[in-house]
Design a binder for this molecule. Structure first.
Ligand code: FES
Length: 110
């Protein structure tokens, strides 16, 4: 099973985290399953940007980025070339290292 390494985040994972995730699971589900309280305001349907993560290792092994995901990512705080919506990015056979952005833009809350 691929291993996901989560870099430390002050609120969501102060010490970082390392866990295995089954192939084809979304990164968002894997984070939630491992008690990392990722925001997922739209219910993981790719219609917000609150589940934004930066995949610093293994980005190229993920499923392709869709047009809709690309549009939503444009609204994400701290967009990087290796940004993905974690609910749309699925674990392949490769290990990943994921950075959780410091902020999210939750238009439902604002
Ligand atoms: Fe809304 Fe992922 S939870 S796009």
């Amino acid at each position: 099973m691929p291993t996901i390494t989560v870099l430390p985040h002050p609120e969501l994972a102060p010490a970082g985290a390392v866990f295995d995730a089954p192939q084809n699971m979304s990164i968002c589900d894997a984070l939630l399953l491992n008690k990392i309280d990722m925001e997922h305001a739209c219910g993981q349907v790719g219609a917000c940007s609150t589940c934004h993560v930066v995949v610093v290792q293994g980005f190229d092994t993920l499923n392709a980025l869709g047009d809709n995901e690309e549009d939503m990512l444009d609204q994400a705080w701290g967009l990087q070339p290796q940004s993905r919506l974690s609910c749309q990015a699925r674990v392949s056979g490769a290990d990943l290292t994921v950075e959780l952005p410091r902020y999210t833009l939750n238009h439902a809350k604002e």
